[in-house]
Structures are given as structure tokens and as C-alpha cells.
Ligand binder design. Structure first.
Ligand SMILES: [Zn+2]
Length: 291
């Protein structure tokens, strides 16, 4: 099976340094493996979406010459596939409707577990749909972070698949789409490591393949804060693609060859992409500043 990687941004702001690092690392891995690289826009949460953000992220990738091998997949157009997956989980008894509010669960000071609802069905109100999470350890070997193990029931309990307001959960959409796009390795930010066991559990219940995983060190700003779109991280300067890419390469511990032709620079960087160096950096992400 040939290598297929992906970059999956959420359109909640412009492309910032942390996202660029994820985009670049996944691109380098795919190119080094002579595989394909895809882009998926995770636009399943309209209330959190920033208008024009999808277009600006895709335009920034283009300016940086991080070119995908297929047209981008938009999760906002994948509702039927998520509905089908939920239907399968319901048919197999893995999903149940839930009218519990956040306040209900806080009163019980507990996670939602074992399919046990606090609130009873409320007529006229749409339920959320949750996964009845089995008492089971999910283990996987992360390409950078090493062996991982989580009991999803203990850690997060019966997680939401579809919200009461009709929005699909990130976990379900991601599991379904990684399979749909035939992704063989997921290279993404460290803060999604914790989501991976939930996604592997869904893949197993839905009979989908599990890709390999590689979670990168976090991109931190000069004061050691995580760079995320929600914390006003500055957007990257795509008008200076060479300098911007060189900065991201250095963050990944890779040599940043000073070549005016950025496509040649990226090709060289992909040929030299060195996972062991990145692995050493993973052990001490806090030491690294993007500047
Ligand atoms: Zn419930």
C-alpha cells in the first residue's frame, strides 16, 4: 500500500506557525516516502469558524508551494458519510441517544460512562448521540512519542459522536475521513495525541483500518505558550515563503538549505528529512522556540 499522508486544518483563523509545522512535517514525510499528500478542511463547527479562513489557509499553503495531490476534502460536505457511520454504530448497539446536559454531568461530578444517562428522554428535543465506550485499553505505538496506552472509558467516558445541535464530533469525522482518504500515516500536532485512542476505538468498531501515527512536538512561542489559533497566535507570513519555511524546518530540527527556489529547497529538505533528529527534539519540546 502506498503512503498517503494529510494535513487537516480547522478554519478557525489564518495559518499560524503551529499549523505550518504540522503541514510541513506531514508534507516532508509524504514526499520522502514518495507518497501522496492530501489536505482536508475540518469545517464541521460553523459557530467556531472564521469567515474566509479556509480560503486563506489554502492560499497560504499554495504560496508556500505545499501542494496537495488531490483537491481538498471539506468535512462540511461529508455529513452523509458521518450519518452512515453513526447508523452503523447504532445498529451494532454502540451508540445511544443522550439528553444529559453539561450541568447534569457536573452535578454527578463524573464522566458519562457505561451508557448510563442521568437525564431521561425529553420530548421535542433532539438528543446528542454518544458512544457506549467499552472498558478496554487502546494501545498504539506513536512514531515519535513512543508506546501509548489509554483506557478510553476511564479517561473520557462515553464521548459525543453527534451533538444535540446536530454538529458532528471531531472524533467521528476524523476517523471516518482518514479511512475515506486512505491515509496510511497521520502526522499531526502533539495536542491531538490524546484524541488518538478515541479515533482508534471508532475505527475498530466501524471496521476501518488504523493508520500509523506520528505526533509532533508542540510549537511554542518565545514565552513557552502553545501556539494555537484560539490564543491569538500571529499568522505566518506567506509573502516571505523562504524565510517562513526555513523557520519551520529549523523548528523540526532539520537543515534549512538556503536556496532561493523554495520548491528546490523543499525537495532537498524532503530527501534529507530525518526522523531521529525530530525524535530527539520530541523529548524536550519546551526548549524550542519557533524564532
Ligand atoms: Zn446521557
Amino acid at each position: 500500500m502506498s503512503y498517503r499522508g494529510r494535513f487537516a486544518p480547522s478554519p478557525t483563523g489564518e495559518l499560524h506557525f503551529g499549523s505550518l509545522v504540522a503541514a510541513l512535517a506531514s508534507w516532508l514525510r509524504a514526499r520522502q516516502q514518495r507518497g501522496q499528500w492530501l489536505v482536508r478542511v475540518e469545517d464541521i463547527d460553523p459557530p467556531r469558524e472564521v469567515a474566509g479562513s479556509s480560503q486563506s489557509i489554502l492560499a497560504a499553503l499554495q504560496q508556500l508551494t505545499l501542494t496537495a495531490d488531490e483537491p481538498p476534502l471539506f468535512q462540511s460536505q461529508r455529513g452523509d458519510a458521518y450519518a452512515k457511520a453513526l447508523q452503523e454504530l447504532r445498529a451494532d448497539g454502540h451508540a445511544f441517544p443522550c439528553w444529559c446536559s453539561r450541568a447534569d454531568l457536573e452535578t454527578e461530578n463524573t464522566l458519562h460512562r457505561d451508557g448510563r444517562c442521568i437525564s431521561s428522554p425529553r420530548g421535542g428535543r433532539e438528543p446528542a448521540w454518544r458512544l457506549h465506550v467499552p472498558d478496554l485499553d487502546i494501545a498504539f505505538d506513536d512514531g515519535l512519542q513512543g508506546p501509548q496506552r489509554q483506557n478510553v472509558r476511564e479517561a473520557v467516558g462515553d464521548f459525543v459522536l453527534k451533538r444535540a445541535d446536530g454538529l458532528w464530533s471531531y472524533q467521528l469525522a476524523c476517523a471516518v475521513d482518514d479511512a475515506f482518504q486512505r491515509i496510511t500515516e497521520v502526522v499531526r500536532r502533539y495536542d491531538l495525541l490524546d484524541s488518538t485512542p478515541r479515533q482508534i476505538l471508532l475505527q475498530r468498531l466501524l471496521g476501518l483500518p488504523t493508520p500509523a501515527y506520528l505526533h509532533l512536538p508542540l510549537a511554542l512561542d518565545t514565552e513557552g505558550r502553545k501556539l494555537s489559533k484560539s490564543s491569538d497566535a500571529p499568522p505566518i507570513d506567506a509573502r516571505e515563503p523562504g524565510a517562513t519555511l526555513a523557520r519551520a524546518l529549523r523548528f523540526l530540527g532539520q537543515p534549512a538549505p538556503e536556496i532561493p527556489d523554495i520548491q528546490a529547497m523543499l525537495r532537498l529538505a524532503a530527501d534529507r528529512f530525518d526522523l531521529p533528529t525530530l525524535h530527539r527534539l520530541t523529548a524536550r519540546p519546551a526548549d524550542i522556540s519557533p524564532d
